[in-house]
Design a protein around this ligand. Structure first.
Ligand code: ATP
Length: 269
């Protein structure tokens, strides 16, 4: 139980090319950050400090976890992943000891990336956060993030949908050095994400010819929803004993996705 969070997670072979909808500026910033992290000594010579912590924030399903994985892969780092809610414990000291144990394990397997999703559950504003136990856990996280040289070759990546909820002490430079917004994709981004999720799938001509329209009409869809759209369409094709996704499969999948989201309607392209 104590160490259940502290296991390295095998990484899928993922690169920045598997993530659609990132702006050119963001890609450039991420590549620059990676270059610094890969050559910390050389960067130090010209007075650039390697970042210790990165925050990814934005709506659900936009690729924050994918991005953390791609960064870890690029750095050849061991990937430790946990959800912020796994540290919110009723028992005194358990949250803090889990935080400590996570960092201790990562220090044994450097280079390492520690990824904490839903970090607001762990690093929410102290006043709003409630309770001494939550405060103790957050304090332990701050202590671990301030680990100095013991954190060399460890990159901390946190993700949240609620940046506004985070404690200022957590966001301080040296703990979190960069924040990246990972927004819902625009039309061009959705087109890129569609291209990623049709890789390896056979599409009928009446689907291929609709992909531009699909990107235009799916305003408000996240990457996760676009991915699920093509998974649902694939399952529909299989159910109908076809190896090619037809327009009817895509229409079915669109209906399902839109029904699953009460606030959504398809836009006219
Ligand atoms: P949450 O905030 O809910 O944790 P997230 O931002 O971390 O979500 P991911 O877990 O990275 O989102 O995305 C879930 C899945 O959706 C991915 O595994 C991928 O299949 C698809 N996906 C999401 N965003 C993108 C994207 N930008 N490009 C390609 N695929 C995407």
């Amino acid at each position: 139980m104590k160490n259940s969070l502290s296991k390295a997670v095998p990484l899928p072979s993922i690169t920045l090319n598997d993530i659609g909808g990132l702006s050119a500026e963001m890609k450039a910033e991420i590549k620059q950050t990676l270059a610094i992290l890969k050559n910390p000594e050389r960067s130090a010579e010209i007075g650039v400090k390697a970042p210790r912590g990165i925050l990814l924030y934005g709506p659900p399903g936009t690729g924050k976890t994918l991005l953390a994985q791609a960064i870890a892969k690029e750095l050849n780092a061991t990937f430790f992943s946990a959800s912020g809610s796994a540290f919110t414990e009723l028992f005194v000291g358990v949250g803090a000891s889990r935080v400590r144990s996570l960092f201790e394990q990562a220090r044994k397997q450097k280079p390492a990336v520690i990824f904490i999703d839903e970090v607001d559950a762990l690093a929410g504003r102290r006043k709003a956060h409630g309770g001494e136990e939550a405060e103790r856990t957050l304090t332990e996280l701050l202590v671990q993030l301030d680990g100095g040289h013991s954190n060399d070759d460890i990159l901390f990546i946190a993700a949240t949908n609620r940046k506004d909820m985070l404690d200022e002490a957590f966001l301080r430079p040296g703990r979190i050095d960069f924040s990246f917004l990972v927004p819902l994709p625009d039309t061009k981004g959705r087109r890129e994400i569609i291209d990623i999720h049709i890789r390896g799938k056979k599409l009928a001509d009446n689907v291929l010819s609709r992909l531009e329209d699909l990107a235009e009409s799916t305003s408000g869809f996240s990457g996760a929803e676009l991915s699920s759209l093509f998974e649902t369409a694939s399952r529909s094709a299989i159910r109908n004993e076809r190896s090619v996704i037809e327009k009817s499969d895509l229409d079915y999948a669109l209906d399902r996705t839109i029904l699953g989201s009460t606030s959504r309607t398809l836009q006219d392209p």
